[in-house]
Design a protein around this ligand. Sequence first.
Ligand code: ATP
Length: 456
Amino acid sequence: MKRLLIVEDDPGLQSQMRWCFSDQIEVSVAADRDSALAALRRMEPQVITLDLGLPPDAGGASEGFALLEEILRLAPMTKVIVVTGREDKENAVKAIGMGASDFYQKPLDADILTFVVNRAFRLAELEQENRELIGQTNGASIKGIVAASPEMMEICRTIEKVAPTDVTTLITGETGTGKELLARALHDLSHRTDQPFAAINCAAIPENLLESELFGFEKGSFTGATQAKKGKIESANGGTLFLDEIGDMPMALQAKLLRFLQERVVDRVGSVKPVPVDVRVVCATHRNVQELITQGEFREDLYYRISEITLDVPALRERDGDALVIAQSLLKSLGKQLDRQNLSFSEDAVQAITSYAWPGNVREMINKVKRAIIMADGKRVSAGDLQLSTGEGEPVNQLNLRQVREQAEKQAIRQALHCTSFNMSQASRLLGVTRPTLYNLTDKYRIETSAESPAS
Ligand SMILES: Nc1ncnc2c1ncn2[C@@H]1O[C@H](COP(=O)(O)OP(=O)(O)OP(=O)(O)O)[C@@H](O)[C@H]1O
């Protein structure tokens, strides 16, 4: 059923708008922020029309913007159409920038309003279908990337599309989220795969050495330069150059890098003869580049050059289901390396892995799992071995009770399956449901029912 929420404080307009929609659409009306949020939680509308001028700031737009932000935080998939006055173009543009999907200008025109709302419903429907399709494809198909979440599936699919092209790609995300791994995947899946992949960490090399590391130098160009040396860019010729922590590159070098990206020639330090180089450039940073630009620490023109495509890698805690599949995969691979095979996680470990926030992401997980493999007594790895507490996760920022219940159900099912080594009969007994019910639930939540890691 299509569900529309109209947020409008003018009773006359409320009823006029209501009349525009057929019986096929369930319409609710809210006149202020609190009742709009209550309706959002209760009915989960796919589309909301939002008058920006709400009380107590009916003449301005501050209350409308605050509500828009809150709606998109709680239910980011909602299509919000902002309603503004005829002269209010600036606010409409600002709202679109914040994530509203469309805008509509008063006075009311029933035909245009129905058209805009129907278009938003269609968009919501297509996005939902797309999410379902992504959910049906199992696991990440890219070698070395373990993932189960729709977020990472989408990233893998983008990587597959982008890899064969030469577009300069910027990968952003917290430390340890797998940015370098994805950069390597871009290289491996490209026609450059047999050529070099040269990586350089711009934050790890002192400023005065970075230039010669990147661009190389000629013999005698500075004290100690007893012979000429190729830089990283040249050594990546034919292949891929990975510039890690690009946000930390000093301003002076940013200018030189920009010149290289525009002209595709390298000027070695101390040389007057530019060398042509053919590389595909992939950059990564954990820093907020927009902020760096505002603070004058990063060149805006360079940003546009390096971000022809941007991949935002979500933190591990934001990826539904990834923590457990990655932990399982690490237990297997690191267990083999450390000669402690056939280990499994205990129930409290599974619980702790799914509820911990993983601030250091996969890198932190690698350290914790490695430690746990060494510390575990017997065949079971406990939450204590992982140095994790077994406290319950707080259901913060959840939309409503249904969402909290679904998260809890998914977590309990995954836990039961892992604890019983994917024996459906035992898992269903553990959960107090019948086997068919468990199958229905694993289908509903698209939970893996075999021990096979969904991707590797
Ligand atoms: N989805 C994943 N599946 C398997 N291993 C992963 C995954 N994501 C990250 N890793 C592993 O975690 C470690 C950290 O990943 P990586 O170095 O790519 O992160 P990063 O985002 O580049 O980190 P930093 O910003 O600190 O450089 C690597 O050993 C990588 O192989």
